[in-house]
Ligand binder design. Structure first.
Ligand code: ZNH
Length: 147
C-alpha cells in the first residue's frame, strides 16, 4: 500500500485542478508517438501518422491524449486505492489492446516533460518528486494484470 504525505496529496490535486487537459493530453501523446515511433503501432486506426506534423495535427490522436489524461482523474480521486481502481483498465490494455506495458512508462515520461514545461518555475523538486511518484504508482497499477 502506497503512503502519501499531505504535501504530496496537495501537490497532485493542485496540478490536476489547474490542468489544461486538451493541450497537455494531446502534447504528451504526440510526443510519445514521435519520440518512440514504435508506439504508433497501436493507433493504426487513427489515420495519418506519417510524420511528426501529421501526428501533431491528427484530431484522433489529440482526442485520445485527452482521454488518457482524463483516465488519470480516477487515480487522483482514489489515491489510496490506485491498484484496484485500474484493475479493469489494466485487463483491457493487456488482453484486448495488447499494449506492451513498457509503453506506460514511456508515455508517463513524456507527460512529465510536458507538465514541467507548462509549470516552469513552479515545477519544483518537491513537485517533480510527488508527480513522478504518482505516475510510477499509476504505471505499476496499469501493468498489474499482465501475465
Ligand atoms: Zn490507453 C484506451 C487510459 C496508456 C493505448 N486508454 C484507453 C482508455 C483509457 C486509457 C481510459 C479508454 C478505455 C475505454 O474506452 O474503456 N492509457 C490510459 C492511461 C494510460 C494509458 C491512464 C497511461 C497513463 N494507452 C496507453 C499507452 C498506449 C495506450 C502508453 C499505447 C502506446 N489506450 C491505448 C489504445 C486504446 C486505449 C490503443 C484504445 C483506443 C481506441 O479507441 O481504440
Amino acid at each position: 500500500m502506497v503512503e502519501w504525505t499531505e504535501q504530496e496529496r496537495s501537490i497532485i490535486n493542485g496540478i490536476f485542478a489547474n490542468l489544461d487537459y486538451d493541450d497537455v493530453g494531446a502534447k504528451a501523446l504526440c510526443r510519445c508517438l514521435i519520440v518512440y515511433p514504435w508506439t504508433q503501432r497501436y493507433f493504426g486506426a487513427f489515420g495519418n501518422l506519417y510524420n511528426a506534423e501529421a501526428i501533431k495535427t491528427n484530431p484522433n490522436i489529440a482526442a485520445h491524449g485527452v482521454k488518457i489524461l482524463h483516465g488519470l482523474d480516477r487515480a487522483v480521486k482514489n489515491m489510496d486505492n490506485i491498484k484496484a481502481t485500474y484493475a479493469e483498465l489494466s485487463v483491457l490494455h493487456s488482453e484486448k489492446l495488447h499494449v506492451d506495458p513498457d509503453n506506460f512508462k514511456l508515455l508517463s515520461d513524456c507527460l512529465t516533460i510536458v507538465i514541467a514545461a507548462r509549470l516552469g518555475n513552479s515545477f519544483t523538486p518537491e513537485t517533480q518528486a510527488a508527480w513522478q511518484k504518482f505516475l510510477a504508482v499509476v504505471v505499476s497499477a496499469l501493468g498489474r494484470q499482465y501475465h
